[in-house]
Design a protein around this ligand. Sequence first.
Ligand SMILES: [Zn+2]
Ligand SMILES: [Zn+2]
Length: 187
Amino acid sequence: MPLGDYDYNEAHRVVVCRRCQSCIVPGSTGQVRHMRAEPHRLQGDALKATAALLAGYDLRSAAELRRDKPAWDSACQPIAHLPVYSGFRCIDPSCNHLTRNLKKIREHIASAYKKKAIEYRTARLWEACTLQSYFSALNLVDYFIIIGAVAAASGSNNSSGSSGSSSSGNQVQPVVEEEPFTLTVAE
Ligand SMILES: [Zn+2]
Ligand SMILES: [Zn+2]
């Protein structure tokens, strides 16, 4: 029996739901809840059979996924069927703050590095990157950096092709806001 809507990713030890574009929360409770809910609505034998298949995989727990998510410099390949986002990362090696929101990275830099603002005045404080998250549920979203085309700030270098969709089905979602960033230094 095929896995249906589900795709086991051996490298990450996760099961991706193609329809929901999210990994399924590991563990039988999360899996069953997922399969019972929209859009799957599995019941009875179909639910049991799929649950049995998923139980056969060696999956990492949600805590392990959070703890061991790909490092920013690990050259992680995009995971098929998960959304791809344009985002930003704080370049402080001890911080690695990630966000999709330009306003948020600006706020992070301004609040976390206030005292060092002068040192950073001429240096770049953040850079654009490409993000994915194992889970799409808001309370479980935890971004990590993948290899991917960073959206050009000018918008002039849009990727070629009319359809714009890659073979894996990933499509880069635009950033929330686009504005040039300048750090204001007090005094
Ligand atoms: Zn699903
Ligand atoms: Zn930071």
